[in-house]
Ligand binder design. Structure first.
Ligand code: T3D
Length: 258
């Protein structure tokens, strides 16, 4: 169904694999659109309770395919407005956890996409390059929004201004990734992590995601009001009732995502 990505659902996890390995999975217009579509599809599908985004081959994603922009006048504003911005917004609109399983280098908009995911898992072979500055550009696709919020302004400015490569170990140290796994077992480790998330109360997790990201833009009073609204919604789910019942009965909960 897709040409530039693979999309597979099993055991509650939708695995989206960026699939242009000979180009380090660099973005084309088709890939931007297919990712956006896959996220929408996963949002609608009740069988999907977690998404895992990864790359085929050696790289996670090397950003925009520079072959498409080389040697011509490109309207970068239109490029971003039409292709990248709707894709990044769809990561936020997807009310299910999205994990970036960063198997290799994540550069340019590829790094921004990893930042737009909720959790970042890295292979020990992964690396991150805010490579925009290396070609005289500004971090886009949410890079200027997410990077300082995730690692703090000082480090974010340093990475964005120097375009230096960050190793997986350094990424873990500065809080850019949540976990680092051995390269040999990375895909299984990332999938196991995703399956664990997929077995949790999906609607509460969706509401946690929405409320936390909204909280970045709100003051305390507004956040407290939004938490009350979100709790009302979470409190009416079957998973909430199951969680309380399981606690009272001293057994493990069986969450269904409803
Ligand atoms: O319209 C707009 O452009 C606005 C939107 C911008 C969004 C952006 O993402 S701008 C940033 C674009 N990306 C880059 O500038 C990154 C360019 N790539 C690199 O800096 C390096 O390739 C990497 C740091 C990602 C990896 O380095 P390394 O040494 O591990 O691998 P390599 O040998 O440089 O690349 C391997 C192959 O992938 C190579 O192909 P070949 O020679 O083996 O046939 C290389 O050309 C290809 N490749 C890597 N990145 C891209 C790419 N091909 C097309 N586009 C790429 N971005």
């Amino acid at each position: 169904m897709y040409e530039t990505i693979c999309y597979e659902v099993s055991e509650g996890v939708a695995v989206v694999t960026l699939n242009r390995p000979d180009k380090f999975n660099a973005f084309t217009e088709k890939m931007n659109k297919e990712i956006t579509d896959a996220l929408k599809q996963a949002q609608k599908d009740p069988k999907v309770r977690c998404l895992l985004l990864t790359g085929a081959g050696r790289a996670f994603n090397a950003g925009q395919d520079l072959g498409d922009v080389a040697g011509g006048d490109v309207d970068y504003g239109a490029f971003l407005r039409e292709r990248y911005n709707p894709m990044i917004l769809q990561f936020q609109k997807t009310e299910k956890p999205i994990i970036a399983a960063v198997n290799g280098v994540a550069a340019g908009a590829g790094m921004s996409v990893a930042l737009a995911c909720d959790i970042r898992l890295a292979s020990e072979r992964a690396s991150f390059v805010s490579s925009f500055v290396n070609i005289g550009l500004v971090p886009d696709s949410g890079g200027c929004y997410f990077l300082p919020r995730i690692i703090g302004m000082g480090k974010a400015l340093e990475l964005a201004m120097t375009g230096e490569k960050v190793s997986a170990a350094e990424a873990l140290r500065i809080g850019l990734v949540n976990q680092v796994y051995p390269a040999e077992s990375f895909q299984e480790d990332a999938l196991a992590y995703a399956r664990k998330l997929a077995a949790l109360p999906t609607r509460a997790i969706g509401l946690i995601k929405r409320t936390m990201y909204k909280g970045l833009e709100m003051n305390l009073e507004e956040t407290l009001a939004y938490e009350a609204f979100a709790q009302e919604a979470a409190g009416s789910t079957e998973d909430h009732r199951e969680g309380v019942a399981a606690f009272m009965e001293k057994r493990a909960p069986r969450f269904t995502g409803r």
